[in-house]
Ligand binder design. Structure first.
Ligand SMILES: Nc1ncnc2c1ncn2[C@@H]1O[C@H](COP(=O)(O)OP(=O)(O)OP(=O)(O)O)[C@@H](O)[C@H]1O
Ligand SMILES: [Mg+2]
Length: 109
């Protein structure tokens, strides 16, 4: 079983197909690259895997469990983290508090 599986994912913005039936899988320990020209859909795909966007079609599985119906913080708790193309710290918090918020993700309080 693959660690991450993207199955037939499409994402439409109005009439624009940013992703059109994208499928791939990533195994445990594998380093997987995604390349493409500007506007190819790389960031959109990250946003779908991460739960920022719901796919218009298809699904994403992590450890065999469907995650494309979950919210970003739920997906993050399962073990999928991401960085942003344009850095997005929590602006009203200090650098230390930004790090703490991530580090204590699984803490109860
Ligand atoms: N929220 C949005 N609303 C409408 N169109 C969008 C939205 N996000 C992305 N797009 C469009 O979807 C397509 C894919 O964009 P995306 O940002 O995913 O490409 P990218 O591969 O990350 O590009 P880059 O290399 O410039 O970062 C582009 O045509 C873009 O204009
Ligand atoms: Mg991008």
């Amino acid at each position: 079983m693959s660690l991450l599986e993207v199955r037939g994912v499409s994402k439409f913005f109005g009439g624009l197909a940013a992703l059109n039936s994208v499928s791939f899988s990533v195994n445990k320990g594998e380093i997987f690259g995604l390349i493409g020209p500007n506007g190819a859909g790389k960031t959109t795909l990250f946003n779908v895997v991460n739960g920022f966007y719901k796919p218009s079609k298809g699904e994403v599985l992590f450890n065999g469990k469907r995650i494309s119906n979950l919210k970003p913080h739920q997906i993050c708790r399962l073990g999928i983290a991401r960085t942003f193309q344009v850095v997005k710290p929590l602006q009203r918090m200090t650098v230390l508090d930004n790090v703490i918020a991530s580090a204590f993700l699984r803490a109860k309080s």
